[in-house]
Write a protein that binds this ligand. Structure first.
Ligand code: ZN
Length: 154
């Protein structure tokens, strides 16, 4: 185990134990659910949008430490950002999780960088991506002004 692995594990556990932005937002905030049946992870995201910016976000999660930590990190990365910036962060994160090599833009990821080691365990990659795929579906619903469809990881 390297020093970086230890540090990353500490960051993940910190987000798991003390989730950021836990809770609900009242309507008209968008509510969207995601599940990862393989692991039994569940996430509900609440998004408040104003003029193309996500002004507030809350999460409710159940499942493994990776899925819950990833959702917590997501809230810190997206809160107060414009939808286009969030989509860019999501693309960089998905690239990091699904491709080899280091991410093109580490700064945009914040604590999410600590999830890179999850790649060593392919079955857990979906745990890390669950909140992000759910978020992207939510952003799509906001942009198209349609109800959000629940996300199921396959
Ligand atoms: Zn999981």
């Amino acid at each position: 185990m390297s020093v970086t692995d230890d540090l990353y594990r500490e960051i993940i556990l910190d987000h798991f134990r003390q989730q950021r932005n836990r809770g609900k937002l009242p309507a008209p905030a968008l509510e969207i659910q995601g599940v990862n049946p393989l692991c039994g992870d569940e996430v509900t995201l609440y998004l408040e949008e104003k003029s193309g910016q996500i002004t507030d976000v809350k999460i409710q999660t159940r499942g493994c430490s990776i899925s819950q930590a990833s959702a917590s990190m997501l809230t810190e990365v997206i809160k107060g950002k414009k939808i286009e910036e969030i989509e860019k962060a999501a693309a960089v994160f998905k690239d990091m999780m699904l491709k080899n090599g280091t991410p093109s833009n580490e700064e945009i990821l914040g604590d999410l960088i600590s999830l890179e080691g999850v790649k060593k365990y392919p079955v857990r990659i979906k745990c890390a991506l669950l909140a992000w795929n759910t978020l992207l579906e939510g952003l799509k619903a906001i942009k198209e002004k349609k109800p959000a469809k629940p996300v199921v990881m396959e």
